[in-house]
Design a protein. Structure first.
Length: 251
């Protein structure tokens, strides 16, 4: 399978997977035209749309794409049933598209019904995990998002994190502000600054790297706990996550 990112809206990426027969899977099409242009340019054959959650910048292009390709299957959580999803999927469900197996992982936090799709090595996680960060808590709680991160952290180290926004620079700037002497964070921050200076994409990232530079995966790190003023003798790990998310909201 070939992975392609299609820039959309202000800072979204619409991910696609295509096989050798040019069959195409589309993830979170926030708008239709960039996808239609790519399909035409590459002579793709759209097979299915995968939706992670109900926000407009992830589903806004579904209806127009279905007007052009009415036979496409649309998969999504219950919260996307009124956004075009006809195949409603939930945690633990599995299905096959273009010869690939997909497993659904419930990842609430950003929204209550948010899901992610894993088809090794690809993880399409919408607005749950970003490179160096995590999604805002619009509907769920910090504990829910922490639990979602723990589930995603159980995936293989070579998992490619295909998240939906170009947020890496701001995330690494925040990480460097929290742990200004961490060499891996500083190195990644510089790398991302160089990439964005050339307007280059910073994704996908991989889980092995995120375990090193994503503070939201490092809640057990004593340096992070010290920087946040969290005493784990009296507070569960998810509270470290909650304090970190609150600081990111104000950053």
């Amino acid at each position: 399978m070939n992975l392609t990112s299609i820039p959309a809206l202000q800072d979204n990426y619409i991910w696609t997977l295509t096989d050798d027969q040019q069959n195409c899977l589309i993830v979170d099409p926030g708008e239709a035209q960039p996808v239609l242009d790519k399909i035409k340019a590459n002579h793709w054959h759209p097979v299915a749309i995968l939706l992670t959650h109900h926000h407009h910048d992830h589903v806004g292009g579904v209806s127009e794409l279905l007007q052009h390709y009415p036979d496409m299957a649309v998969f999504g959580p219950q919260e996307t049933a009124d956004k075009g999803a006809k195949h409603i999927v939930a945690d633990g469900d599995e299905f096959t598209l273009s010869g690939r197996n997909f497993r659904v992982i419930a990842t609430p936090g950003h929204t209550l019904g948010h899901i992610s799709y894993f088809s090794s090595p690809y993880l399409f996680c919408g607005d749950t995990m970003f490179s160096g960060g995590c999604g805002r808590l619009f509907e769920g709680t910090a504990q829910q998002m922490f639990d979602s991160f723990q589930k995603l952290n159980e995936l293989p180290a070579d998992t490619l994190i295909c998240c939906a926004h170009e947020y890496t620079l701001s995330n690494m700037k925040f990480a460097a502000a929290i742990l200004p002497h961490d060499p891996k964070i500083l190195a990644r921050y510089q790398q991302i600054k160089d990439l964005r200076a050339e307007n280059r994409i910073t994704l996908p990232t991989n889980l092995a790297l995120e375990r090193e530079i994503n503070l939201f995966l490092r809640t057990q790190d004593p340096d992070l706990q010290k920087a946040l003023g969290v005493n784990l003798a009296t507070a569960p790990l998810w509270q470290t996550f909650a304090v970190l998310r609150e600081k990111k909201d104000r950053f």
